[in-house]
Design a protein around this ligand. Structure first.
Ligand SMILES: Cc1cc2nc3c(=O)[nH]c(=O)nc-3n(C[C@H](O)[C@H](O)[C@H](O)COP(=O)(O)OP(=O)(O)OC[C@H]3O[C@@H](n4cnc5c(N)ncnc54)[C@H](O)[C@@H]3O)c2cc1C
Ligand code: SF4
Length: 328
């Protein structure tokens, strides 16, 4: 591990001042991803600003929304009664990730900005455009069973590993940011980037920008939501494919629907095409299949991960079918 300075911030303003606008500093949440990457010298921050003591507050507002402090642990969010009642998809997504111990340590801010689990990114003896821009991508010809099928580029086929973010994308969550240039609010769906030819740039945050809170807006049918994660082991495994969905059905017709996919792209993938195909449709398997086909029409599989396209199709149909059945 490289030497670094360590500061513990007492509030958001002091955290931003301690980090400064230069790129050398990093915020430290629970450290469950960043510290691993520092041990491997893949991340080499000159300064760590510990923000794990900032707001952990989870505020269930009267209008049905919930505001979550970025330092709240993943466990605290998943177990909060308002989250379980208003947005079960979010509680289930978090509980589908990592282990109890890691969820106790991991923060909401850190979960959003966790980095890919591509094996080559962690292995310094291989070529990786994300770790070393311009060096190449050994995953394209190599072991890529876990990799992306949507929104990929020749430069990078990595996936975003978070389960929580898939649910937040489906719920139209807003990320509250504070930084050297001031405060702003950004839809979570616009925070992460597709790889293009700069896969090392994973999000749109400026140097020194801090995630202060995440807001989950009220959703009248949020209680009718579900998360399904398909993986190689029943626990402690990243998603091959996951689906977060919420469905509002009246008299057999779809009034509103939200769908996001995980394990398939460099960012949580909001399924806008499937949603558009389902608006006003009869809530049956044929409609769910047509919607899944519309969303996956541009998916591109490689030698080892092409199975994910069919897996995503079937998982979407199954989750939407389950929600429609519950609504009947
Ligand atoms: C064995 C193992 C299995 C796992 N399995 C899963 C899984 O199945 N599903 C899943 O979703 N996740 C899984 N994870 C990942 C886990 O969810 C993340 O490691 C965790 O959420 C990161 O949160 P953290 O607070 O520890 O982040 P940190 O490691 O502290 O930070 C991660 C990144 O976020 C930045 N950061 C932290 N807080 C802020 C902030 N407030 N503002 C701006 N930047 C910030 C840091 O600078 C760093 O770049 C697993 C991890 C491990 C080790
Ligand atoms: S897929 Fe992306 S992260 Fe993985 S080796 Fe290629 S460039 Fe690196």
């Amino acid at each position: 591990m490289n030497p670094f300075a360590y500061h513990r911030a007492s509030d958001a303003r002091s955290a931003i001042a301690l980090a400064g606008p230069a790129a050398g500093a990093k915020y430290l949440g629970g450290g469950t991803n960043l510290v691993d990457l520092m041990r491997e010298t893949i991340e080499r921050p000159s300064t760590l600003v510990d923000v794990s003591g900032l707001s952990k507050n989870i505020e269930a507002r009267a209008d049905g929304s919930v505001l979550i402090g970025a330092a709240a642990s993943n466990s605290a969010v998943a177990l909060h009664p308002a989250i379980r009642e208003r947005f079960p998809v979010l509680a289930r997504a978090i509980l589908a990730g990592a282990s109890g111990q890691i969820r106790n340590m991991a923060t909401v801010g850190g979960n959003i900005l966790q980095r890919t689990r591509c094996h080559y990114f962690y292995d310094q003896s291989t070529r990786c455009n994300k770790r070393e821009p311009g060096s190449g991508c050994d995953a394209v010809e190599g072991f890529h069973r876990m990799h992306a099928v949507l929104g990929t580029s020749p430069s990078c086929i990595a996936t975003h590993p978070s389960d929580m973010c898939v649910a937040l994308a489906a719920l139209d969550a807003l990320v509250h940011l504070s930084g050297p240039q001031g405060d702003r609010v950004l839809p979570l769906a616009e925070l992460h980037r597709l790889p293009g030819d700069t896969p090392q740039i994973e999000h749109v945050l400026s140097p020194g920008e801090l995630i202060v809170a995440v807001e989950v807006p009220a959703l009248a049918f949020g209680a009718r939501s579900a998360y399904r994660k398909v993986r190689d082991r029943a626990s402690y495994a990243f998603a091959l494919v996951s689906v977060a969905a919420a469905l509002d059905v009246e008299q057999g017709r779809i009034q509103a629907v939200r769908i996001a996919l995980g394990g398939v792209a460099h960012k949580p993938w909001r399924a806008h095409q499937a949603e558009a195909a389902l608006q006003g449709a009869v809530a049956d398997e044929a409609a769910f299949l047509a919607a899944a086909n519309a969303e996956l029409a541009d998916a591109v599989g490689l030698r080892d991960n092409a199975f994910k396209i069919e897996l995503a199709r079937r998982t979407m149909v199954a989750v939407l079918g389950q929600l429609a059945k519950e609504a009947a």
